[in-house]
Design a protein around this ligand. Sequence first.
Ligand SMILES: C[S@@+](CC[C@H](N)C(=O)[O-])C[C@H]1O[C@@H](n2cnc3c(N)ncnc32)[C@H](O)[C@@H]1O
Length: 277
Amino acid sequence: MKKKPWPEVGEGIDYTLLQDEWIPAPWINLGDWSETEDYRYACQQLALRLGQFIGIKARDCLLELACGYGAGLWLWQEAFGNQKCDALEFRKECVDYLEANPPGNLDNLIASKAEAFFAEHQPPSPSVEACYDAILCVDAAYHFSSIQDFLGASLRMLKPGGRLGFHLFCLNSEKPLSPWIKKLFQQADIDSKEFRTEEDLIQEMRQQGWQKVKVQDFTKPVFGGFASFIGRRSKQLRLGLRWKPAWFKILTTAWLCGKVLKEESLKFMMVRAERNA
Ligand SMILES: C[S@@+](CC[C@H](N)C(=O)[O-])C[C@H]1O[C@@H](n2cnc3c(N)ncnc32)[C@H](O)[C@@H]1O
């Protein structure tokens, strides 16, 4: 078993340290801080921009991958009138929360690791079905062990003309990631071997058959914004909370955001593409 610097924290982020209210559901993403200093609003903005980027429609049959506690599902319903969404998440506390507080548009909750789900959607599996109008993944695709499998399975699950939207960390071809930063990502269960430049990503997606691939750079408002927020939040939290190992994990994430921003080694990209109509 891999040794972690924060063994007693478990998987994921302690959302109670980031926000004081979490109704209808907690957010757990890095946020888009271009218009706000409020954590929940920043998280919502990051998701909203992705929803707008792929153009969610009220009648879309959606799939949200790595949905966390389901705050995105509430947003798709509220901002786009969406009525039908399947959601995948593997962390038990998130699945339990969603089962106890299901958004009205939640159809099918898939309690599974994304990798196992993608494996079920590889040919010649009979469960390959083009049933979704759009697939979203808010600030999470970099956790998946293979971006190729994620893209391949998404292509097969989308109806002709269906849209995909996600965020991804992309490399800067001129500024390599230092080995110890790679090590820190590994500790957070993120495989930096999967990182590629945006040019390589676009090329790979086109080769796989994706159409209309577009990317937008959110590096500064996401990495810079989260790092500054954690600085402010440190001053708000009681001393006892700041001694929690879970806070140390958040501090490390914020430090990493500030570091890759400063050395310009990693970008935070929003990506959209379509399946052939
Ligand atoms: C940064 S959080 C984003 C959660 C949610 N999208 C949001 O915006 O609040 C990343 C999410 O990815 C999930 N995740 C990480 N690895 C995963 C995997 N292999 N399969 C499915 N979900 C995964 C985590 O449990 C977590 O909920």
